[in-house]
Design a protein around this ligand. Structure first.
Ligand SMILES: *Cc1c(COP(=O)(O)O)cnc(C)c1O
Length: 351
């Protein structure tokens, strides 16, 4: 696939301080854009990153027929650049598209378009320890119509943003039993824009009370743990790795899948099943729950130190180098940066 490229005349790269990158605010020079119209995909093209004029009647902003993805490119010390498991993001994006009544994206367009874009902007893949280039595909309805129906036209845009190592302090999370993120038969498994807008208010209430995130419970019974923010969640209980089983209401994280595969490869027992709030609270009280953490592309692995339910809270022992979460996190990072053999074939080499 030959993709026409309209290059920027002056790169903005030299004005960016790669040692102080605010998350998601700096964008690399180019973006890829493709239009879907009248039942077919047009030819993709690459152009300078920048604003695009859209009509106020554009369907996506009224009824949220809009989905996205998030993945990363990593710089290897031998000069290679790779993208982590883009095929999985492609599959998930089309699963989201189906749920939102949007057309299927062709695989070569998504993968080759992304590779071409990252190759062109490879100077934007940060070389600093722990940093990476975040890649954001976004796909949305562009019909100029006020009417609740699937759009006839869409834009798929891929942009990218250099990001620094994500040093989060251990998280304080509160189990949310009043609001829910997704219902048992809703859109939770789709990376659909509306899911995230709806999560902001409950999250802000938790943040007002001094928590970093909510731990969502299931909407039907509020007795089971689902996930947290834009992360899946895992617990270490009696040396086993326990994580909520994927259902319609949960986002199937690629980091989650990678961690599970790595743990199983190491011979660690993994249980994907319903995780009851009650059992986690009991385990925090009697010490059988020894670790808790979130998994996602942005953070890789984020330690959960404190878990609250209502007015009560329980804290875990700080994770150290022997903690399962740190061993898993470090090995996964080493694979992504090419420091450890890519035994699962997860890295797609760009250059
Ligand atoms: C994106 C996302 C995740 C994590 O998925 P990864 O593929 O690991 O980045 C988890 N939960 C939600 C709600 C998400 O949007």
């Amino acid at each position: 696939m030959q993709i026409p490229i309209q290059k920027i005349t002056h790169s903005r790269r030299s004005s960016v301080d790669f040692n102080h990158l605010p998350f998601g605010k700096i964008f690399s020079d180019h973006m890829l854009m493709v239009e879907y119209k009248d039942g077919k995909w047009n030819h993709p093209h690459i152009l300078p990153y920048g604003p695009i004029p859209y009509a106020p009647s554009m369907a996506a902003i009224h009824y949220a027929q809009s989905i996205f993805e998030g993945l990363k490119a990593y710089y290897h010390s031998d000069g290679h650049v790779s993208i982590f498991r883009p095929d999985e993001n492609f599959i998930r994006m089309n699963r989201s598209a189906e749920r939102m009544s949007m057309p299927m994206i062709p695989e070569d367009l998504f993968i080759e378009g992304m590779l071409e874009l990252v190759k062109l902007d490879h100077e934007w893949v940060p070389k600093e320890q722990g940093s990476s280039l975040y890649i954001r595909p976004v796909f949305f309805a562009t019909d100029e119509i006020i009417g609740v129906k699937p759009s006839d036209s869409y834009h798929l845009i891929i942009l990218s943003s250099p990001t620094q190592a994500y040093y989060s302090k251990p998280l304080r999370v509160r189990i949310e039993t009043t609001f829910s993120r997704a219902s048992r038969s809703g859109t939770g498994y789709a990376k659909a824009a509306g899911n995230y807008g709806g999560a902001l208010y409950p999250t802000s209430l938790a943040q007002k009370d001094g928590f970093d995130q909510v731990l969502w419970s299931d909407a039907a019974t509020n007795t089971m743990i689902e996930e947290s923010g834009t992360m899946n969640v895992m617990f270490v209980v009696d040396d086993k790795l326990i994580t909520p089983i994927l259902t319609v209401s949960k986002l199937a994280g690629i980091t989650r899948d990678s961690i599970i595969r790595l743990a199983k490869h190491w011979g660690i027992e993994v249980e994907e099943r319903h995780v009851m709030i009650e059992e986690i609270i009991a385990g925090l009280k009697n010490g059988t729950v020894t670790e808790a953490f979130g998994t996602g592309t942005a953070a890789n692995v984020a330690e959960i130190r404190t878990i609250a339910l209502g007015e009560e809270e329980w804290s875990l022992k700080p994770a150290d180098q022997y903690s399962l979460q740190n061993r898993l996190a470090n090995t996964l990072m080493d694979i992504k940066y090419g420091r450890e053999e890519d035994i699962f074939g997860w890295n797609k080499i760009v250059i």
